[in-house]
Design a protein around this ligand. Structure first.
Ligand code: URP
Ligand code: ZN
Ligand code: ZN
Length: 463
């Protein structure tokens, strides 16, 4: 199958220009003006963007968590992704007790096989850091195609600082990248006890139990470990101004510390936890939502380049049946996480580009080009000759009001209910196959479940 896009605005991280794009099979074969290839399909792209498919490097598909499972599996999650213009995900693959990294990777690939509609990579989550697991980092980086490793400084399955240091050393030696969920667990435990004694158990106290300084301290400590080892570190779901300041301080000293944030930390404040009828539970996620001051600081972090990537932390649980299953009377028992994979590109376009907070080129960088580079997806992240034809033909004028019933995520709410969007995908292509299209009212899936492939990623070599 070949496609010729005519006269679209090709968007790259470094500039945008009007051109034709010729796709043959899975690959972008030519870009130029007045291309005259005989294609199976010619698409008039005038007035539309030819945008690199977004890559979401922070998803929790089918992940067992807090006594339940994140509800989207590889089928529903990747279909929703495709409908939102996300053409690759890098999913967390949390190691189970006793598993090797290889077994952990093979297990999650087996969950994805026959289901994934778009390409995917995996970040192993190190939960059982036996000495042989640290030794296996080399093979994970160089053979398995999984060069990034998630560790948590919180939750029951957190790792201690000594393990983090060992992992930082191993990743430095072999070309890997440690990703950290940075919050100080002792601050949170203390606050939980204080709030429990005072009978403060409503959703708002989820935020109060995890103050900004818990993230600030953990990032500062992690940054010192990076400085000690001369390695590199990537902070996931950065939420606070104070955390960002620690990253900026470290970067000023030449410490290799990178970060991502998510739309919810750019756009929402902790006021959401006070929504009536316990609806604040919809936003119980960790780290929690902060204040407008942090929102603004994170936008500035994106503009300045101290925050390189925007991901979703897609981890959906139904409001009715999951969020309230154990947590109705205690915020600590509400499964942490929220849906977002399908609204990433469109919300970031409207709130970022249309509202003038970031440029269109920055949008391409933080949703695709930087992500591919940070995480070794060599064939993705750019509209360029030789790259995979992961393309969003984007109509910047199309209006859409987000409502849960028109989305594809397997969950009963969206945190963005009622958001008025300007700009929607017209058609979404994954390696040259049309996987989603606008049908006049909403996005519809046109792809094939099971076509998505596991992407073996290349080692981290700096950013
Ligand atoms: O609340 C969240 N973020 N849930 C998913 C797990 C994690 O910490 O990333
Ligand atoms: Zn996390
Ligand atoms: Zn997460």
């Amino acid at each position: 199958m070949s496609i010729l896009f005519k006269n679209g605005l090709v968007v790259t991280a470094s500039g945008s220009y009007t051109a034709d794009v010729f796709v043959d099979g899975d690959i972008i074969k030519a870009i130029g003006s007045g291309l005259e290839y005989q294609a199976d399909e010619t698409i008039d792209a005038a007035g539309k963007y030819i945008f690199p498919g977004a890559i979401d490097p922070h998803t929790h598909l089918a992940m067992p968590f807090m006594g339940t499972f994140a509800q989207d599996d590889y089928e529903t999650g990747t279909i929703a992704a495709a409908c939102g213009g996300v053409t690759s995900v890098i999913d967390f693959d949390l190691q189970q007790k006793g598993e090797s990294i290889k077994e952990c990777v093979e297990r999650k690939i087996s969950w994805a096989e026959g289901k994934a509609a778009i390409d995917y990579g995996l970040h192993p989550g190190i939960m059982d850091p036996r000495p042989e697991i640290i030794d296996e980092v080399k093979a994970a980086v160089q053979e398995y195609g999984t060069p990034s490793f998630k560790v948590f400084m919180v939750y029951d399955f957190r790792v201690d600082d000594a393990t983090m240091i060992k992992l930082l050393e191993a990743t430095k030696a072999y070309g890997g990248l440690v990703q950290v969920h940075a919050e100080n667990v002792y601050v949170i435990q203390h606050m939980n006890e204080v709030l429990e004694k005072e009978g403060k158990l409503a959703p708002i106290y989820h935020a109060k139990s995890r103050p900004n300084l818990a993230e600030e301290e953990a990032i500062a400590r992690a940054a010192k470990m990076v400085e000690l080892t001369g390695s590199s570190l990537y902070v996931v779901h950065l939420s606070s101004m104070e955390g960002l300041r620690k990253i900026q301080e470290a970067r000023m000293k030449g410490v290799n510390i990178y970060s991502e944030t998510c739309p919810q930390y750019l756009l929402f404040t902790e006021e959401r936890y006070n929504e009536p009828d316990w609806q604040g539970a919809k936003y119980v996620m960790s780290p929690p939502l902060r204040t407008a001051e942090s929102n603004e600081a994170l936008w500035e972090g994106l503009r300045k380049g101290d925050v390189q990537i925007v991901s979703t932390d897609h981890c959906p649980f139904d409001f009715k049946g999951k969020k309230d299953m154990f947590g109705k009377d205690d915020y600590k028992k509400i499964p942490n996480g929220a849906p977002g994979i399908e609204t990433l590109l469109t919300v970031m376009h409207t709130e970022g580009v249309v509202k003038g907070r970031i440029s269109l080129e920055k949008l391409a960088a933080v949703l695709s080009t930087n992500t591919a580079r940070m995480f070794g997806m060599a064939n993705k992240g750019e509209i360029a000759v030789g790259k995979d034809a992961d393309i969003v033909l984007f109509d910047p004028k199309q209006k859409f009001t987000i409502t849960q019933s028109k989305l594809h995520m397997n969950v009963d709410y969206t945190p963005f209910e009622g958001y008025e969007l300007t700009g929607m995908p017209s058609q979404v292509f994954s390696r040259g196959m049309k996987v989603a299209q606008w049908n006049g009212k909403q996005m519809e899936f046109t792809g094939e479940k099971g076509r998505g492939r596991f992407v073996k990623r290349t080692p981290f070599s700096g950013f």
